[in-house]
Design a binder for this molecule. Structure first.
Ligand SMILES: Cc1cc2nc3c(=O)[nH]c(=O)nc-3n(C[C@H](O)[C@H](O)[C@H](O)COP(=O)(O)O)c2cc1C
Length: 399
């Protein structure tokens, strides 16, 4: 039995929640319902309690629950949170981090996959504020089951109709399966920039924020993998559920990766490792008057190339950030470094790649181009990359 929580808000399509509950129960899911207070104006919580055989949660501060912190207890055992139907109001509150009732507080407390099926009048759905809220929630990891076009309760045809209960149930089951698709795989992910020190306070680095690698780590955990994230300096918070190692220099990253490689099934090198470090390091701050204008650099170890040369079964995935001839450089790298997959992007364009939320990438295998994405949020790019890694993992299991 899978533990699903169904969050229900006050849309006119609330009656379809009953069919969703029945559908999920038919797929071996145990369902618990949380309603917003407004939803309880439309349908009695008792109906959901009768359907699920469990108490329905509406109020955060219930007298009989005072011995426990129910939203935290429930969050611990929840394997998927499904919000259906989700009102415009609910999306706005969740996107802003408001936690003023049981459902919105619960959303912040879970670390399981979140699936959202909105339902509302077309104008409400297409309102720029609603669309901005949806984008925010997607960036935070929620998966949306977009509403469909059709007859709306307000008496017109348009966008905003809740996806069908069958589709919602199917999508929930697919998401649950996906949460196990990399189960048992040990994945090492590197992220962020490195820093190469000239003296104790000055360093050479790059514009990488670490976001791509952190998202990959977060999504791989959600797919059931055992993840170790080795990160250069980044402002990001380490993803829940991943082992985390902080490093600074290319040499430290190299040593950390070498120490872990024997335990790993997959390595994803998303870090922007500095290609150069300084020939000389001064243990004291270099004074302006002592500085010469020329500073000598030397290459840092090429972590992926070293791994590629010693490779046995580990799946190796690299990134190529290029400013020209992206395809030629990507293919040269994949062959020279003996990689299974390379994710290439053109960092000469200011709106994609480094330190921005969007990217557009091309995936190559040693045979050539596999897939070229459109401009997408890094979260979507992360999912596309992990889907291809899943294919490689399946293939290597069959060998
Ligand atoms: C009969 C009725 C039907 C409604 N249907 C919807 C709906 O489908 N989608 C929506 O976003 N809001 C709908 N609303 C408006 C919401 O109920 C309202 O914005 C409410 O404040 C949302 O509260 P909640 O998100 O806490 O449930 C409806 C209101 C009424 C009275």
């Amino acid at each position: 039995m899978k533990n699903i929580v169904l969050g229900v808000s006050s849309s006119v399509s609330i009656y379809k929640a009953c069919e969703i509950i029945r559908g999920l129960q038919g797929e071996a899911c145990e369902v618990r319902v949380i309603m917003t207070r407004n939803a309880a104006h439309l349908i009695s919580p008792r109906l959901f309690s009768a359907l699920t055989g469990k108490a329905t949660y509406v109020e955060l501060f219930e007298e009989q629950m005072s011995q426990h912190i129910p939203h935290i207890d429930l969050a611990r055992e929840t394997e998927l949170l499904l919000l259906a139907p989700a009102t415009a109001n609910l999306l706005g509150k969740l996107a802003s981090g408001i936690a003023d009732d049981f459902l919105t507080t619960f959303y912040l407390a879970v670390d399981c996959p979140v699936l959202v099926a909105p339902a509302m009048n077309e104008n409400m759905y297409l309102h720029p504020q609603t669309q901005a809220n949806i984008r925010k929630l997607k960036a935070a990891g929620a998966v949306f089951l977009e509403p469909v076009q059709g007859y709306l309760a307000c008496g017109v045809e348009g966008w905003g109709r809740l996806a069908s209960p069958e589709e919602i149930v199917q999508c929930t089951i697919d998401s649950l399966k996906m949460s196990e698709s990399l189960k048992g795989q040990r994945i090492l992910i590197t992220a962020g920039p490195t820093r190469e020190y000239l003296d104790p306070i000055r360093y050479l680095s790059n514009r990488s924020s670490g976001r791509m690698g952190y998202l990959l780590a977060e999504d791989a955990v959600k797919k059931g993998a055992e993840v170790c994230l080795v990160s250069g300096p980044s402002q990001l918070y380490p993803p829940r559920g991943a082992r985390f190692k902080a490093v600074e220099t290319a040499n430290e990253m190299h040593d950390e990766v070498q120490g872990l490689i024997s335990e790993m099934d997959v390595v994803i090198m998303a870090a922007a490792v500095s290609d150069f470090s300084f020939v000389d390091f001064s243990t004291q701050k270099i004074k302006k008057r002592d500085a010469t204008l020329g500073i000598a650099l030397k290459p840092t170890p090429d972590i992926l190339e070293v791994l590629g040369k010693a490779k046995k079964k580990t799946i190796l995935v690299g990134f190529a950030a290029e400013t020209e001839d992206v395809e030629a450089h990507a293919l040269e790298k994949i062959r020279r470094k003996n990689l299974d997959l390379i994710v290439a992007n053109d960092v000469s364009q200011p709106d994609i790649g480094f330190d921005v939320d969007q990217n557009q990438v091309s995936l190559y295998t040693p045979k050539g181009l596999l897939k070229r994405t459109e401009k997408l949020g890094k979260r979507e790019i992360s999912r596309i990359i992990l889907d291809e890694i899943e294919v490689l993992v399946e293939r290597s299991k069959r060998k």
